[in-house]
Write a protein that binds this ligand. Structure first.
Ligand SMILES: [Zn+2]
Ligand SMILES: [Zn+2]
Length: 82
């Protein structure tokens, strides 16, 4: 199910988005679109299409590995714990 040991090794040199839960830059995309997992605290998050803070809709760039994780309007995280 997990099978991400290779990605985890690469993560040591490629710091990514910060985890909303622990604040560490270990957030990694999973094999599910819009789903992310923190390899530091192992929490899972889902990228929402509507900002949970201000309600602004956001366009999710799913083809990019560096998807936009923050609201364009208020800068709040678009990630919600799963
Ligand atoms: Zn975390
Ligand atoms: Zn917002």
């Amino acid at each position: 199910m997990e099978g991400e040991r290779g990605a985890r090794a690469r993560a040591s040199v490629d710091l990514g988005p910060q985890c909303p839960n622990c604040g560490e830059p270990w957030l990694r995309p999973t094999n599910l679109p819009g789903r992310y997992r923190c390899v530091y605290c192992l929490h899972r998050f889902e990228l929402t299409s509507v900002c949970p803070n201000c309600g602004e809709h956001s366009t999710i760039v799913r083809m990019s590995s560096t998807a936009i994780l923050k609201c364009n309007a208020c800068g709040d995280s678009m990630l919600q714990a799963v």
